[in-house]
Design a binder for this molecule. Structure first.
Ligand code: FAD
Ligand code: NAP
Length: 556
């Protein structure tokens, strides 16, 4: 083996020096990657900007934060013991419990010795002479690593839009994605929430219960399906745990890697009565499986319209004031922006202390010292909550000064939108892996199986390189170009590109409009497996400088 130090004992307490691998980020992805590095016998260091592990679940502590994929699925499956012994208390686990789970994982698999908290990676520079990455951190350390794995998260770079006057605001302001650990007491406060995506939908009903008055500033109304959350049914838990591996395996065969109880029928070939019954059953069951009601919902506008109208009717039935109900009723395609799952969202607008303020036609003009102004009217506020989302999928990666071959930055390489092979690697950046990177199913799946699949693929790839004496791996341009075309082609056959979603980068001014996730977990996994089985088809495998030979094993 050329340069990888197998069975290295290096577990230094000091972040500088040489290691086999650096991992960035201590969420679900980084923690499991570190565990697999340990399994390979490699020395690894994990850097995390936050003061604890947990990633998403460390940062997003706003009222009501919880997963919207059911707990028994929104969890790791790599360890049968772990999935058997951990007990989730609710159908959809709250943020605090998921954070507790990830801390348990860090302890159970002895990960903490290699984790450096409060440490932001600022740069990663590839040196062609040594075929190693130099990683520079906010604590002034420099580490040299053979492999660099970005586990920086798809939704980890918060987006606070530019509002004139924000700095003048005399009250308190918060972003849902960076919530104070001690919590926020809104009692007797006039609160404004900007944003009605998943974070807004989850927090608005709870903030409304505390605040003296809540103003919801809505630019685009959102489809949301009731969660019907509650204590986890012990019978359901027992049945799933009795056959957990099978349950997981079946779910991996689903389009989004999650049990949506897919119906193969077409909405358009079903009678209106049957359609209504199907939607009603799913509304009563609750959550994201609503999208599995008919096979053509995400492919045919006409089919989608039937689901959209069903939800609009529900809104009209829940919200007493017909004008407010119409303002809350979305007109876009259901599922085009991420479908939300709520507890009492629409009903919140029946409260006398809640006001819906539409900012679609007339945007928020400015933030003033005492509130914010829309259409010339000032809304006086003690606190503003930005539920305005994230610079998704590329934000955290591009904040790091990543430089590959020839000193070319990732920012330059992705200037017209991210270009990857399988979402896991990019031409010109050898031995740099991105977990759930753009071009992989990632955010269009239950993210935990997607993360596990990427981590396992990367670990297998590194093992293969070690076994065969390869020092570097990077995609061929032809394979990358073909993959990017394929990702676009698949997206183009669906309704996804028809709205201004963060999947397209449309929420960030100036961001190239490119559909970033790959649609379809099973075909994606098949492709990754085929690539590996063919000796990493579509990748260039390069021997160490003493080995001298570049081997392109096969073409993508
Ligand atoms: P993250 O959990 O985002 O972790 C990335 C970590 O990298 C962060 O801790 C960050 O601080 C760190 N980091 C980033 N850049 C640097 C740097 N330069 N230096 C050092 N550290 C860095 N997905 C689902 O499938 N189902 C759900 O129900 C669901 N609910 C969600 C709810 C919320 C509120 C949000 C925001 C997202 C949700 N997601 C959900 C998506 C969620 O992000 C993933 O499920 C998963 O937690 C991602 O794990 P990760 O490890 O890839 O990234
Ligand atoms: P988001 O879905 O991007 O929503 C942001 C909201 O802010 C949108 O309503 C957006 O309006 C609004 N907004 C942005 N800029 C604005 C401006 N200048 N003026 C007025 N409104 C503005 O972000 P998010 O709610 O944080 O969710 C992001 C993703 O994280 C979700 O899609 C999901 O994948 C995940 N998440 C999941 C859960 C869960 O239930 N488990 C909870 C939270 C987050 P427009 O729509 O008009 O752009």
């Amino acid at each position: 083996m050329a340069e990888v130090q197998v069975n290295s004992m290096e577990t230094s307490q000091k972040p500088g020096g040489n290691v086999d691998a650096v991992i960035v980020g201590a969420g679900f992805a980084g923690l499991y990657m570190l565990h697999r590095m340990h399994g390979l016998g490699l020395s690894a260091r994990l850097f995390e900007a936050g003061s604890s592990v947990g990633g998403t679940w460390f940062w997003n502590r706003y009222p009501g934060a919880r997963c919207d994929v059911e707990s028994l699925e929104y969890s790791y499956q790599f360890s049968e013991e772990l999935q058997q012994e951990w007990v989730w208390t609710e159908r959809y686990a709250p943020q605090s419990e998921i954070l507790q789970y990830l801390n348990h994982v860090a302890d159970r698999f002895a990960l903490r010795r290699d984790i450096y908290l409060n440490t932001r990676v600022q740069a990663a520079i590839f040196d062609e002479a040594t075929q190693r990455w130099t990683i520079e951190t906010s604590t002034g350390d420099r580490v040299s690593a053979k492999f660099c794995v970005m586990a920086t998260g798809c939704l980890s770079s918060t987006n606070t839009p530019h509002f004139t006057g924000l700095e003048r605001f005399a009250g308190s302001s918060y972003h849902t994605g960076n919530w104070p650990h001690e919590g926020v007491d809104f009692t007797d406060k006039r609160v404004g929430v900007i944003g009605t995506g998943s974070s807004g939908i989850q927090s608005i009903p709870l903030i409304a219960q505390q605040a003296s008055h809540l103003f919801v500033f809505q630019r685009t109304p959102t489809y949301t399906i009731p969660a019907h959350n509650g204590p986890l049914d012990s019978e359901v838990e027992r049945a799933i745990k009795a056959n957990y591996a099978n349950f997981r395996e079946q779910n991996k065969q689903m389009l989004f890697g999650v049990d949506f109880q897919y119906n193969e029928a077409s909405a358009l070939e079903t009678t209106p009565e049957e359609r209504q019954r199907e939607y009603e059953e799913r509304w009563t069951y609750g959550g994201l499986p609503f999208l599995g009601a008919f096979a053509d919902l995400l492919f045919s506008k006409e089919a989608n319209d039937t689901a959209a109208e069903f939800v609009r009717e529900k809104i009209r039935a829940i919200v007493h004031d017909p004008t407010i109900a119409e303002q809350l009723a979305p007109r876009t395609v259901v599922g085009c922006k991420r479908l939300c799952v709520d507890t009492g969202y629409y009903d919140t607008f029946n409260r006398s202390n809640v006001t819906l303020v539409e900012v679609s036609d007339s945007p928020i003009e400015e933030i003033t010292e005492h509130g914010l102004r829309v259409k010339g009217k000032e809304y006086e506020l003690d606190a503003i909550v930005f539920a305005t989302g994230f610079d998704a999928m590329t934000g955290s990666l591009l904040k790091i000064d990543i430089r590959g071959k020839g000193g070319r930055s990732l920012k330059e390489a992705w200037a017209e939108g991210p270009r990857t092979y399988l979402g896991v690697a990019t031409v010109g950046f050898p031995n740099l892996f991105t977990i759930t990177g753009p071009g992989s199913p990632s955010v269009l799946t239950n993210m935990i199986p997607s993360i596990e699949q990427h981590v396992e693929w990367i670990a297998d790839c590194i093992r293969y390189m070690c076994d065969h004496g390869f020092a570097c791996i990077e995609p061929t341009l032809a394979a990358q170009d073909a993959w990017v075309d394929h990702v676009n082609e698949v997206a183009g056959a669906t309704l996804y590109p028809t709205c201004n979603s963060w999947y397209l980068g449309a929420n960030i001014p100036g961001k190239p409009r490119v559909f970033m996730p790959y649609i379809g977990f099973p075909p994606y996994v098949q492709k990754c497996n085929d690539v590996a089985a063919k000796g990493y088809a579509g990748f260039l495998l390069i021997r160490g400088h003493d080995g001298e030979r570049e081997v392109e094993l096969s073409r993508g």
